[in-house]
Design a protein around this ligand. Structure first.
Ligand code: ZN
Length: 77
């Protein structure tokens, strides 16, 4: 069963790193531009968004199209 993180967190977009890579951290999440689902940037459980652009697990996320991803900072509501 999928957890809707938007019910738990309030998300704000954050800028990419100066070198163009995506930020990463315990409070950083990625929004998929394709399906609009949100995935933790350091997910330890296996997750993937509906369209398969973001596939996470083991503390990292594999991104097929980084230009389709918006980094977000999540704060508990
Ligand atoms: Zn997706």
């Amino acid at each position: 069963m999928k957890v809707d993180l938007r019910k738990i967190y309030r998300f704000e977009p954050i800028p990419s790193q100066p070198d163009g890579s995506l930020p990463k951290g315990g409070d950083v999440y990625y929004e998929c531009g394709g399906c609009k689902e949100v995935v933790s940037s350091v997910s330890h459980i296996k997750v993937s968004c509906s369209c398969g652009n973001l596939v996470g697990g083991g503390g990292t996320v594999e991104i097929k199209s980084p230009d389709q991803v918006t980094p977000l900072r999540g704060k508990l509501k």
